[in-house]
Design a protein around this ligand. Structure first.
Ligand SMILES: [Zn+2]
Length: 290
């Protein structure tokens, strides 16, 4: 199913890219506010559980309120200073009111969101497939960045992603429903087993439940067959980065590193290029007949 507007492939991809930039602004808001909102709720729940008087409700916080403002001086951001990418370049990366530097993360997320939308629309046109690919990629992007900062993979994103993956495959869209269901189960259980084995042996917790849910979601989207590749890519890269950080930056090896960004990146690579990688691997080792 593909919508044909009579536009060239390049034109469609460019328009998709611009929409992607705008959606990237929204992703920035989610990345910034969702963890804060969760921390507030946990605090409130903990206080109510302990019978403590809850603190007076501070400012309302959701995805639309308060309006975007500079985190340094609190000045609301004018619409003309809120244009994705362009405003950052125009303001030379500084707040127009107080001159405080604006995090490079904002334009990077916007740019990445634009490229991802353009990339999939170029490949698959205006189709359900493009929509699925963009939702999948944006969810992984948001999860990776939140986990990097907060060591946290919110259920608010991992669980809907898992259900949407199963839903997408009801009619065998990416993989058969069988592989998708098995992928979700195996994704969750294999990390769950590693977690408990590690905990029983060392007494430490090596990763979080968010990681299990994320791998379950990846299994639901691309089937159990892709899980070994995702696990291999993510552990190999995280081990290299971890060793590099300990060796080069003198990082304490007991400080945990977030595994979510590696899972998300490996998952995205397997989603987009997994079939190609598998095919070449089989050719390389002459294993096609098996
Ligand atoms: Zn400011």
């Amino acid at each position: 199913m593909e919508l044909d507007l009579g536009l060239s492939q390049n034109m469609l991809a460019a328009i998709g890219g611009i929409f992607g930039l705008l959606l990237g602004s929204f992703l920035n808001v989610v990345i910034l506010r969702l963890p804060t909102k969760m921390h507030r709720e946990w605090r409130r729940d903990a206080q109510s559980y302990l019978g403590l008087e809850s603190e007076p409700q501070t400012q309302v916080l959701n995805l639309s309120k308060p309006a975007s403002h500079c985190p340094s001086c609190g000045t609301p951001i004018k619409p003309q200073h809120n244009i994705p990418l362009i405003s950052y370049l125009f303001l030379k990366g500084r707040c127009n009111a107080c001159g405080a530097p604006i995090s490079i993360q904002y334009p990077l997320i916007e740019l990445l969101a634009g490229i991802l939308a353009g990339f999939f629309i170029y490949q698959y046109g205006l189709s359900i497939n493009s929509l699925y690919c963009i939702i999948f990629s944006y969810s992984l992007l948001v999860l990776a960045v939140i986990d990097l900062h907060e060591k946290l993979l919110p259920d608010e994103i991992t669980l809907p992603l898992l259900w949407l993956g199963l839903f997408a495959n009801i009619n065998n869209h990416f993989v058969t429903l069988n592989s998708a269901v098995l992928g979700a189960i195996a994704g969750y259980l294999c990390l769950w087993l590693v977690f408990w084995a590690f905990k029983l042996i060392t007494g430490k917790e090596g990763m979080g439940y968010g990681d299990f849910k994320l791998l379950a979601a990846l299994g639901a989207w691309m089937g159990w067959q892709m899980l070994p590749m995702v696990i291999f890519l993510s552990t190999a890269v995280s081990a290299l980065v971890g060793i590099g950080m300990i060796a080069l930056a003198g990082r304490n090896k007991d400080i945990p590193i977030a595994f979510g960004p590696y899972l998300a990146t490996a998952g995205w690579i397997a989603y987009v290029w997994g079939d190609t990688i598998l095919k070449n691997y089989l050719v390389l080792f002459d294993l096609q007949q098996y």
